[in-house]
Design a protein around this ligand. Structure first.
Ligand code: BJW
Length: 298
């Protein structure tokens, strides 16, 4: 059985040896964990009594659009409240230093963008919380939207005893009112359907342009030198499949994860690395030879 390397020195030596580096990062929810946002699987993967992934489906929206909007409105609020961490800034700086670097991110929280990650180096595989679109694909309306709450009905409840406190509605002990579909955001174009979050749910296609950008990058004849697999369980496809695709094009794999058992499909191969711990600490350290010290704005 192959065991991955764990020393930073061999990683730095490899990084420094690349003349025209072709590097990919595949990022997941663990990247934003130290910013204070929960992951999907594992202990933080529940919202009230619901598995977070069970609310990320078109079926859940059809059954109870009010509940699904409460989940996403809460997450929009949380994402706006927290800040990008040093790993977001390190990846953004890598993108400025190495034009061939592409960050394939499954995260919808907007933290890459707030860390000023150059737009052309960022492929948002699963969309963003801050775009909303008409439920009807035939209508096709979509808009960028940062309003919090997006409609008054989705305002967080106020504590009866302390009006300055907002009870945490992710806690099932906090009562949640039922929201009728008419009180949810409505499509201003067709005026017949509710708007929904502009994210990719299970069973839905990833955005066509993003898929094309990823395929074009992977199919470039130059191959790939390195894929950084950061804070993702790498269980959701097609994103998880990009690790093997990069490998087939010559890439070495470096995993940065709190859980050393979260191994990408296909297992370890000679020359891989596993860095166990917090991405916010490890990613800036790994990229130091190229980006120097990360500056996090106060
Ligand atoms: C830390 C840390 C710290 C913690 N530092 N680390 C092939 C095989 C089998 C199934 C399929 C297949 N191809 C497609 C499918 C079906 C399905 C799928 O993959 N199912 C799997 C469950 C098996 N895929 C799809 O449905 C996709 N669509 C599709 O394939 O369409 C095809 C199609 C063709 C034609 C017509 C129609 C369709 C769509 C997938 C969409 C996923 N959407 C979600 C929700 C997005 C919106 C939202 O945010 O609510 O995306 S689900 C959820 O999972 C979210 C995430 O982006 C995604 C990945 O999760 P992630 O980021 O890896 O999080 P976790 O929690 O799993 O892991 C966190 C990790 O961090 C852990 O490892 C921790 O240890 C670690 N960590 N703290 C470092 N501080």
């Amino acid at each position: 059985m192959t065991t991955p390397r764990t020393d930073t020195a061999s990683f730095h030596a490899y990084l420094s040896s690349l003349q025209y580096p072709r590097i990919i990062a595949l990022c997941g929810a663990g990247l934003s964990a130290s910013s204070g946002l929960p992951t999907f699987r594992g202990p933080g993967g529940y919202w009230r009594t619901h598995e977070a992934t069970s609310l990320a489906t078109p079926g859940a929206f059809l059954r109870d659009a009010g509940l699904v909007w409460q989940f996403y409105s809460y997450r929009r609020h949380m994402a706006l409240t927290v800040k990008p961490n040093p790993a977001h800034y390190a990846l953004a700086e890598l993108s400025r230093k190495i034009p061939g670097f592409q960050c394939f991110s499954q995260n919808v929280d907007g933290l890459h963008q707030r860390a000023d990650h150059p737009r052309e180096g960022l492929q948002l595989l699963h969309g963003t919380l801050f775009e909303v679109k008409c439920w009807s694909e035939n209508c096709g309306y979509r808009e960028e939207n940062f309003t919090d709450p997006i409609v008054p009905a989705l305002a967080l409840p106020v504590d009866g005893k302390d009006p300055t406190a907002t009870p945490d509605i992710s806690d099932p002990k906090v009562p949640l009112s039922r929201i009728p579909i008419e009180s949810l955001p409505q499509c201003p174009r067709c005026k017949r359907n509710a708007l929904r979050p502009g994210v990719v749910w299970f069973g839905e296609k990833l955005p066509m342009q993003i898929l094309m950008n990823v395929e074009n990058y992977l199919n470039d004849l130059a191959g790939v030198d390195l894929i950084l697999v950061i804070g993702t369980s790498a269980k959701v496809y097609p994103a998880a499949g990009y690790v093997q695709e990069a490998r087939q094009r010559g890439a070495k794999v470096a995993v940065i994860n709190m859980d050393a058992n979260d191994v990408p499909a296909g297992g370890w191969e000679d020359g891989d690395w596993m860095f166990k711990g917090d991405a916010a600490v490890i990613v800036p350290e790994l990229l130091k030879p190229v980006i120097g010290d990360v500056i996090v704005p106060q």
